[in-house]
Design a binder for this molecule. Structure first.
Ligand code: ADP
Length: 504
């Protein structure tokens, strides 16, 4: 079965059918038990009536039974007349099991049936407990009672009740169920199908709307939330949130592709211009060499860009396996400082390392070096002559912080939250200059805006974080916080601290 609506209706019909069957069986059983009780009560009432009539006669001093010359002891004709008026099947038994009286209905029995009834009446207990017996092709309920007075001429009265009324009730119940149940079932299935249809209407609407949205260009659209709080509203809200995330990531992807193409386009244009210039027959040898040098520079830039893009793409995919080993930050910091000093000398900056605490982290030496160098090179790049760059390594608790502080151009508050985004450059005009018709491209100060994104990935891949504090015109401080490696000494210290705190 295809739709949930049809499946729901079928399940409902099956459940209803089972409920109706259980209800019918219960009804049938309780009704049967009640009829049995009623029949037993009626039989008992009849025995009491007969015993009462005979008892009254004996109480009045009259004889209940008289000797008949033909059949022996029988009830007096007066009593017989009275009892003949009572409908039903009953008989009276006297001393020694002699049958004193048969009701008119019993008298009409065939001899065979009468013998069976007599036998049943003689053997039925006089406690009033009913017995079910089959004779004369029917089922009978037989009840017997003894008179209360010991001086009575009777020994017991037995009443038989035809149980056909009980069977009638059974067939009544079955008949009603057979007629009404299919009608009820059909009506209920119809109603259930209609209700399920109504319930699924908003779902169908939602499916159509989602189909219209997911064509790719309509990701800005959102599903309407009709009844806030119900399940469908929650589904709509969840889908809306998902679409918002999809829209953002699709947007990011589009921006990323556009930025990457743009960044590749500029060096390619320059490269083409340089090659064309070098190939020109009128150009002198010295000029050709300059053109080729520039072409080489652009090729290197492009290679750097592709390298950065590849790093980020692999990082996104989680395909980058960091080689983890204990890395002593002290020699690494010295190495970075050396490079920074050389770069700083060219840029007229004072580079120093005021604090260097010994620290070891678990990580990838090459990637950590790349991150620290990137931050230091940024500080050198964005600091005007005469400024200073300070590198420091400070331990706090279980972490170590590597900071680079500069007195450079700083980053505005508006740009600060975005500097770790891919291709984001705080001031493109300031950091980049395009080639002009007058001359070749000037050596650029800015990069592609991917360096900090890569730094952030490296810091996070090491279980750390990168933060920045900066004020425009005053300088910036980039800080990388990394967890310290568990050295044997630090582990011992941790155990000692734990033990001492337990002893306290
Ligand atoms: P880029 O290759 O352009 O330097 P980054 O991702 O390294 O790219 O940096 C992103 C942007 O953040 C830079 O374009 C620059 O505007 C800003 N920035 C980074 N470091 C500094 C710094 N030390 N001082 C001022 N601005 C900085």
């Amino acid at each position: 079965m295809s739709s949930i609506r049809a499946r729901l209706t079928a399940s409902f019909a099956a459940a209803l059918l089972a409920t109706m069957a259980a209800f019918a069986v219960t009804l049938f059983l309780t009704r049967r038990a009640r009829i049995y009780d009623e029949l037993q009560r009626a039989a008992l009432a009849q025995t009491e009536l007969v015993l009462g009539i005979v008892g009254q006669a004996e109480l009045g001093g009259r004889l209940a039974a008289v000797e008949d010359s033909l059949v022996g002891l029988v009830l007096t004709p007066d009593l017989q007349d009275v009892l003949d008026e009572i409908p039903g099947y009953f008989l009276i038994i006297g001393e020694g099991g002699r049958f004193l009286y048969f009701s008119p209905a019993v008298r009409r029995f065939s001899l065979d049936t009468l013998t069976q009834l007599q036998d049943a009446a003689l053997h039925a207990p006089t406690t009033g407990n009913a017995q079910m017996l089959a004779f004369g092709s029917r089922e009978w309920l037989v009840v017997a009672r003894a008179p209360r007075s010991v001086k009575s001429a009777l020994s017991r009265v037995a009443v038989a009740v035809d149980t056909r009324s009980r069977d009638q009730a059974r067939s009544e119940v079955l008949g009603t169920i057979v007629v009404i149940a299919p009608l009820l079932l059909l009506a209920a299935i119809g109603v259930a199908y209609a209700i399920a249809g109504r319930a699924f209407e908003p779902v169908n609407r939602m499916i159509n709307e989602v189909q219209a949205i997911t064509d790719g260009r309509s990701l800005h659209r959102r599903l309407p939330v009709d009844e806030p709080g119900d399940e469908l509203a929650r589904l709509a809200i969840t889908l809306n949130e998902m679409m918002e995330r999809l829209e953002k990531s699709f947007g990011g992807l589009r921006r990323f592709t556009a930025d990457a193409s743009h960044e590749l386009k500029t060096p390619l244009t320059v490269l083409r211009a340089d090659v064309e210039r070098a190939m020109s027959p009128n150009v002198v040898r010295a000029e050709r060499l300059i053109a080729l040098e520039e072409a080489l520079h652009e090729t290197t830039r492009m290679a750097d860009l592709v390298d950065s893009l590849l790093t980020l793409a692999r990082a996104d995919e989680g395909r980058f396996d960091l080689h983890r080993e204990p890395v002593d930050l002290e020699p690494l910091a010295h190495e970075v400082l050396e490079t920074a000093v050389i770069l700083g000398e060219d840029a007229g900056l004072a580079v120093s390392m005021p604090s260097l605490e010994p620290a070891t982290v678990m990580g990838d030496h090459t990637r950590l070096r790349q991150m620290f160098l990137n931050l230091v090179m940024n500080s050198v790049k964005y600091s005007p002559r005469g400024g200073s760059v300070e590198i420091s390594i400070v331990k706090t608790g279980k972490t170590v912080a590597f900071s680079v502080r500069d007195t450079g151009i700083g980053i505005s508050a508006a740009d600060l939250p975005h500097v770790f985004e891919r291709f984001y450059r705080a001031d493109r005009a300031r950091t980049r200059r395009a080639p002009t018709s007058e001359g070749p491209l000037e050596i650029e100060r800015g990069g592609f805006g991917l360096g900090l994104a890569i730094c952030q990935w490296i810091a996070e891949a090491h279980g750390g974080a990168i933060t920045v504090r900066s004020r425009l015109g005053r300088g910036s401080t980039f800080t990388v916080t990394l967890p310290l490696a568990e050295t044997p000494e630090s582990a011992d210290a941790a155990v000692a601290t734990a033990l001492s705190s337990r002893n306290e």
